[in-house]
Design a protein around this ligand. Structure first.
Ligand code: COA
Length: 226
């Protein structure tokens, strides 16, 4: 599986401003992961895009909120990091920004382990201590939160979200926009259809069609009511 998306990739070395989309808790974490990954470029991390101007009120000394994502006009040299934790919102915001010509960065934390045979598509964020194993494929705009992992030959579709400690066994696959809660796991070779949700601490040991919810151990599969 490779991503079908063509993402306009920014380059951290030429970026004039690095901007984080989302000023919630995850946005603040991504700020730290970006500083860890690119210490020499961290003065160019300019701030956040958020619809809520007061989002950082309780966090004095944090960077500023530059604009609402809906109103932000990309400037030459701007490079964005997508720090939103819900797949459908990640997709909506990123698609809107891409249509306005925005360029995105891929962030891989220095403590993550990425096999040289693995592929990570543009716009994805790989957090501390995540593992992307041999020949694994990470789609575009995927979020791999800390300690999450893709086993050998496993793959995650565009916009999928792996919460902390979520894991895919070897050759397992999750489709586009799949959400995995904390400590959720997918058995080796199992395939989880697009837009499905795997509940926290649950283990999917059977395939699931698109728009499923999987919960429990072993995971029961039901239809997702949107
Ligand atoms: C996957 C998840 C997001 C789904 O949430 P949701 O869309 O609100 O869905 P619901 O909680 O309404 O669950 C839907 C159905 O599955 C059942 N279900 C979900 N998880 C379950 C579980 N672990 N055990 C038993 N039943 C479960 C619910 O009872 C519900 O059944 P019902 O419709 O018959 O009442 C949620 O279960 C979850 O895992 N949350 C944790 C998120 C997380 O880890 N975030 C980390 C951020 S860093």
């Amino acid at each position: 599986m490779t991503s079908r998306l063509t993402v306009s990739a920014g380059s951290v070395s030429t970026a004039r401003r690095i901007i984080i989309i989302g000023a919630g808790g995850f946005g603040r974490e991504v700020l730290q992961w970006a500083r860890d990954a690119w210490p020499e470029h961290s003065p160019r991390i300019a701030g956040f895009l958020s619809a809520d101007r007061d989002r950082l009120k309780q966090h004095e000394g944090s960077l500023e909120i530059i604009a609402d994502p809906d109103r932000y006009e990309p400037q030459a040299g701007d490079a964005l990091l997508l720090a939103i934790g819900i797949p459908i919102i990640r997709r909506k915001v990123a698609e809107s920004l891409r249509s306005r010509g925005a360029e995105f960065l891929t962030l891989i934390h220095p403590t993550a382990i990425v096999a040289p045979t693995a592929v990570i598509a543009e716009g994805s964020i790989v957090c501390p201590y995540a593992i992307v194993s041999d020949s694994a494929r990470v789609g575009a705009f995927v979020l791999m939160n800390y300690h999450s992992s893709l086993g050998h030959d496993a793959s995650a579709g565009d916009y999928a979200v792996l919460s902390p400690y979520a894991t895919l066994g070897g050759h397992a696959h999750i489709g586009e926009d799949v959400f995995m809660g904390m400590h959720a796991s997918i058995g080796p070779g199992r395939r989880i259809g697009a837009r499905s949700k795997v509940s926290a601490n649950s283990c999917a040991l059977a395939d699931a069609s698109p728009d499923s919810i999987i919960y429990g151990v072993p995971g029961r599969v039901g239809p997702l009511i949107h």
